[in-house]
Design a protein around this ligand. Structure first.
Ligand SMILES: [Zn+2]
Length: 83
């Protein structure tokens, strides 16, 4: 019995024409980005553990000016990130 036909493991790949895409451009003009991590300290009062913990949130940033790309910053972080 071939279970693979019922549960395909290969993700469906969609062919994308680069001409149909649009570039993400930083306000500084750069089109090159890298992934960084924003670290936030979480008070032990909030977690209930009594110890401050640190949580990382992935964010894309411009390699030229080093600023986070506004459209990639999670909505809840926008008020605290200087974009
Ligand atoms: Zn930039």
């Amino acid at each position: 019995m071939n279970q693979q036909s019922q549960f395909p493991s290969q993700p469906i790949t969609i062919k994308i024409n680069p001409a149909d895409t649009s570039a993400v451009i930083c306000p500084c003009g750069s089109e090159v980005f890298s992934e960084g991590v924003m670290l936030r300290k979480i008070s032990g009062i909030l977690t209930g553990s009594g110890k401050t913990t640190i949580k990382g949130f992935p964010v894309m940033y411009c390699v030229k000016c080093g600023k986070a790309v506004p459209e990639f910053v999670p909505e809840e972080f926008k008020p605290i990130v200087a974009c």
